[in-house]
Design a protein around this ligand. Structure first.
Ligand code: AMP
Length: 489
């Protein structure tokens, strides 16, 4: 389905930021308490969300949830993990855009169905929440949060079905968008992946325990064996009888998020049985084949650009060196309130190795340009450090269209490539040359059929209809503008 957006609507939705990135981890064990294992699993998934963390466990009768704002390691400690007793449990780490970073929005969410507790952890973004919310409000349902996950949970809670499995199936039949979801009941874990398979979800095993996690890197940390991906449209139940799988929805188009492969998933994770480091390495090789440049050195913007930079170097035979030292103790700098603070943020994170780059012609590789602000800062720092020429190479195509399926890309601002040509971006960055990898080059590097992926952020071809969310975003933007003008006047 092609729901290409144009003109004003596109401009409007660019300026709203409502999307989420998250990591989920669940374990069903017959042997030991799982809270600490979930804690380690969530730490391995920390890159998927840094704003809040939570764990829900069941002791067979009751579900206990502990969650708070912050990194996994700052939310949990021995004291608050100790009371989380139970052999089955789920965890969640969440990133939310500004304004929505409230405790009540953190997950797992806790609800009841027919008097029985359940907890939900969700990675993805539902796109028909406004009509669903309206329907639920009419029924008298009250909402405590602004999350799409609560709407999903409320559909289960208010279902008239006999069993929670039936209620979940009914809820899924109503929601649209992207979801990899874990549901914990007192005695089972249910894992669901949307029929498009937008977000990753991996199944693993350790001894008698089953694990479901957003990425395989979370299996490695606890020495679990990777079994397979949860299939798009799959409904997986793990309980005392073992593992049962059902395909509940026909999959008419697989469309895994391409950005997971470019940037989001950790390089040591596997998707489509392929290692993300190697895939990104090949992206760099393709980039060098498509847009080679004479230069003395290849450097990366660490860490996201490193595998592609090394790949670029191997294909171009230009030596790869470290051009920056990264301060690994600084958190995310992507969304910052003012340009000055953003500038300091980049400097805090990256410092160029002056003697290495001085008087050198550099190929600088990064995975993507979103707004261009960080890239501009990086270029400035390299010239200040004495670089003679900078040839910027990006291992993905220009980002033009917003993501409605769960990647937070640009909050309240525009993608630079939406309103500037490549040549204009080159001038904005102030570099000698700029080139992006083509969609075909990307597909070649991955080595999977093109129609397995969602490329909407590059080409506007949205696999699941996004008209409702566009309408809603336009409306919220209008009310926000009205609110702001009242505040100003
Ligand atoms: P900018 O030059 O400001 O557009 O920033 C580009 C940098 O942002 C690149 O290094 C990307 O790896 C990084 N990036 C891309 N997408 C995201 C995202 N969703 N969240 C945080 N950083 C991102």
């Amino acid at each position: 389905m092609n729901n290409e957006i144009s003109g004003e609507a596109r401009k409007d939705i660019f300026e709203t930021g409502i999307h989420e990135e998250c990591g989920i981890f669940g374990i069903y064990s017959n042997e030991s308490n799982v809270a600490e294992i979930i804690f380690y699993g969530l730490q391995a998934l920390q890159h998927r969300g840094q704003e809040s963390a939570g764990i829900a466990v069941s002791d067979g009768e009751n579900i206990l949830v502990y969650k708070d704002l912050g990194l996994v390691s700052s939310v949990f400690n021995h004291q608050n993990l100790a009371p989380l007793l139970g052999k089955i449990g789920i965890g969640h780490s969440r990133y939310s855009t500004k304004g929505r970073n409230a405790w009540k929005n953190s997950q797992p969410l806790f609800r009841t169905f027919r008097g029985q507790s359940f907890a939900v952890a969700h990675n993805g973004n539902l796109i028909n929440t406004e009509s669903l919310r309206a329907g639920q409000l009419k029924k008298g349902v009250k909402f405590e949060t602004s999350t799409d996950t609560e709407i999903f949970a409320s559909l289960i809670e208010t279902s008239q079905k006999e069993t929670i499995e039936e209620a979940i199936e009914e809820a899924i039949s109503k929601v649209k968008g992207s979801y990899s979801i874990l549901i914990l009941t007192k005695d089972k874990i249910i894992g669901l992946r949307d029929p498009n398979g937008f977000r990753p979800m991996a199944l693993g095993r350790k001894g008698d325990s089953y694990i479901i996690a957003s990425e395989t890197c979370a299996l490695d940390i606890i020495d679990a064996v990777y079994i397979r991906e949860i299939d798009p449209g799959e409904f997986l139940t793990i309980d005392k009888n073992g593992l049962r799988s059902q395909m509940i929805f026909p999959v008419d188009r697989k469309s895994m998020c391409i950005f997971e492969l470019i940037y989001f998933a950790r390089p040591d994770s596997y998707l489509f049985k392929k290692n993300m480091y190697e895939v990104r390495h090949r992206m760099g090789q393709e980039l060098a084949n498509e847009s080679g440049s004479g230069a003395d050195l290849v450097i990366s913007v660490p860490d996201s650009g490193t595998p592609a930079a090394i790949g670029y170097s191997s294909a171009s035979k230009i030596p790869y060196v470290e051009g920056f030292i990264k301060n690994r103790y600084i958190g995310r700098t992507f969304i910052q309130p003012s340009p000055e603070i953003r500038e300091i943020g980049v400097k805090l994170k990256l410092n160029p190795l002056k003697d290495i780059i001085k008087n050198k012609r550099l190929v600088v590789v990064d995975d993507s340009i979103v707004r261009g602000n960080t890239s501009k800062q990086i270029v400035k720092m390299l010239y200040n450090a004495g670089a003679k020429e900078i040839h910027m190479r990006i291992s993905s195509p220009p980002l033009v269209y917003p993501c409605f399926y769960g990647i937070d890309m640009a909050a309240r601002t525009e993608f630079i490539a939406n309103h500037r040509t490549v040549e204009e971006i080159r001038r904005f960055l102030g570099v000698e040359s700029l080139a992006y990898l083509s969609i075909d080059g990307l597909v070649k590097a991955i080595g999977e059929p093109k129609d397995n992926f969602c490329f909407a952020c590059f080409n506007g071809d949205y696999p699941v209809d996004v008209s409702e969310i566009i309408e809603y975003d336009k409306y919220s933007l209008e009310s926000e503008i009205k609110k702001q003008s009242v505040e100003i006047s």
